[in-house]
Every structure is written in structure tokens, then in C-alpha cells.
Design a protein around this ligand. Structure first.
Ligand code: CP
Ligand code: NVA
Length: 304
């Protein structure tokens, strides 16, 4: 049994397979063909934080695969009243076939997975957001074939999304340039190390974006850090993706954002709603890649 708790849980070769699968599932759906390999299977979705895309993409995706998805908000379950995560994992995994968890610390999802009888997928933790970066790289690969050797410029802090981009840089062999104010530099977990061919830190957003193939950003305050909002708004005032930043990047560079976005804060409306933005494709592709992951974790490799 496999889990998908962080980006490095799959190898490059597995991602290549999963991208082929996601492309096939996307094509089938667009052609109106039913493909339901998971009748009678249930996906449990535990949310300790808000969500639009993650909930809808997993729920719609599981339904399309012939299964059922169950939305569980921790505040409405005993988890919200202090039931140990280990007990919740033991109970839920006796009744469902696969679980997605959106929670706070990575250690919570790891404890859940250790006690689960079924595969567990990370739907965002404080530390990682693997499904998001899988969708983002799939979005790039759909257009350009490969992300190897490219440069991704991240304008923002060290958070779940940028930390996952960094893990992906090592696996897919591209470079992540991160531009942030002092005090928000990249922090990694588990003693991971990165060479300069995969990671470089900047203060200046224009230098970080120079010749980039993807320019991306995120909210300055992630869920769970709301107490820091005022300070972060001040600190990130000059860390915004504007048209001037996009001009530093390659002419065919894409703008990405995991969403939700705050226009005028981390990104200007002209950029997110402009011709280089692929934010809606990214959001849609969450569903296609996650369907491939669910299918892979439950059925292994499929040849049809
Ligand atoms: N990008 C993303 O995970 O969005 P939600 O918070 O809406 O799920
Ligand atoms: N970094 C953001 C991503 C939201 C999808 C957060 O954790 O709130």
C-alpha cells in the first residue's frame, strides 16, 4: 500500500506514467466517455481547513471514476472535539477505500497514514501541497512537453506550495528561484539538501524572474498563519507579480497561482487575468491528475 503525503513520494518515472494517465482521463472526459473503474469505492475527505478547488476536484473526480466521495469537516466530527488522529484513522480506514486529508502540521497526516488501512493523499498541510504542484507541472508539460532545465520564479515566502516546488525541482531537474523579504527564506524539512542548480534565493523580484519559464506566487499569509497577516502584508508590499515582473521572464513564460488569489496584493489583475496566466487550467488539472493518483493508488498501473 502506498500513500501520497509529499511530492517526493513518487519517482520521476511514476510522474511520467501519472501524467500520461491524467492526459488520457482528461481526453476521455472531454469526449464524453464514461470511465468508471471504481464502482462501490469510497473516498473519505477530511478537511481541517477551508477549500474550494481541492474539495470540488476530488469529489467530482471520484464520482467520475464511478465511486463516491464523503466530505468530512473536522469541526463537525469528533476530530474537532479532540478525538486522537490515530483513532480517527483506524476507524475511517475500515469503512472507506482511500482518504484525502487537508490539515495543519505534516506530522498529523503522517500519523494518520501510519494508522490507516488504506492509501492516504495529502490535500494540503502547512508544509506541503503535492497535488497542486503535480497539476502545475502537468499544465506546463501539456504545453511545452517537458519542464527539465527550465526556471520557475517564485515571488513569495517559504510555504507549503513553494516547498513542494522545491521538491519537484530536484525530481524533474529544473531550477526554483525564490524571491522573498528577509525572514521568509526557504526552510526545508527532514534535513533535505538542494544544490544551486535546483535552488537559488533572491531579495530582488526582477532578478529572480529574469529569463524564467514560469512566474508564480501565492497569498502572503497561508491558512493557519492568520495572526501574522498584518505584518506579512507590510513585509510583502514590494513582492507582487506585476507586468514589469513578467517582462523580465521569457516572452512565452506562464503565470501560475494555486488560488485563491488576492488581486492587487501578490499579483496585479493585468497579470492574473492576462494572456500569460494559466490559473484556470491549473485548477482544472487538479482534477485530472488527482484522478490518475487515486486510480494508481487503488488499482496500480492501467493499460486501457
Ligand atoms: N489551490 C487550492 O488548493 O485551492 P483550495 O484551497 O480552494 O482547495
Ligand atoms: N499557501 C496557501 C495555499 C492555499 C491553496 C495556504 O496554505 O493557505
Amino acid at each position: 500500500m502506498r500513500h501520497y503525503l509529499k511530492f517526493s513520494d513518487f519517482t520521476l518515472e511514476e510522474y511520467q506514467y501519472l501524467f500520461e494517465r491524467a492526459a488520457k482521463l482528461k481526453e476521455r472526459l472531454r469526449a464524453g466517455q464514461l470511465y468508471q473503474p471504481l464502482p462501490g469505492k469510497v473516498l473519505g475527505m477530511i478537511f481541517e481547513k477551508s477549500s474550494t478547488r481541492t474539495r470540488v476536484s476530488f469529489e467530482a473526480g471520484m464520482f467520475q471514476l464511478g465511486g463516491h466521495a464523503m466530505f468530512l469537516q473536522s469541526k463537525d466530527t469528533q476530530l474537532g472535539r479532540g478525538e486522537p488522529i490515530e483513532d480517527v484513522a483506524k476507524v475511517i480506514s475500515r469503512m472507506v477505500d482511500i482518504v484525502m486529508v487537508r490539515t495543519y502540521e505534516q506530522s498529523i497526516i503522517e500519523r494518520f497514514a501510519e494508522n490507516s488501512l488504506v492509501p492516504v493523499i495529502n490535500g494540503l498541510t502547512n508544509e506541503y501541497h503535492p497535488c497542486q504542484i503535480m497539476a502545475d507541472i502537468f499544465t506546463y508539460v501539456e504545453r511545452f512537453g517537458s519542464i527539465e532545465g527550465k526556471t520557475v520564479a517564485w515571488i513569495g515566502d517559504s510555504n507549503n506550495v513553494s516547498r513542494t516546488w522545491l521538491q519537484a525541482a530536484k525530481i524533474f531537474n529544473f531550477k526554483l528561484n525564490l524571491a522573498c523579504p528577509a525572514g521568509y527564506e526557504m526552510t526545508v524539512l527532514d534535513g533535505e539538501t538542494y544544490s544551486s542548480e535546483h535552488f537559488e534565493s533572491f531579495r530582488d523580484i526582477y532578478t529572480a524572474a529574469r529569463d524564467a519559464d514560469i512566474v508564480t506566487t501565492d497569498v502572503s499569509t497561508s491558512m493557519g498563519y492568520e495572526r501574522e497577516t498584518l505584518q506579512r502584508k507590510k513585509d510583502f508590499l514590494n513582492y507582487k507579480v506585476s507586468e514589469k515582473v513578467m517582462l523580465q521572464a521569457k516572452a512565452n513564460a506562464l503565470f501560475m497561482h494555486c488560488l485563491p488569489a488576492h488581486r492587487g496584493e501578490e499579483v496585479d489583475p493585468e497579470v492574473i487575468d492576462g494572456p500569460q496566466s494559466v490559473v484556470w487550467e491549473e485548477a482544472e488539472n487538479r482534477m485530472h491528475v488527482q484522478k490518475a493518483v487515486i486510480e494508481y493508488l487503488l488499482l496500480g498501473r492501467i493499460n486501457d
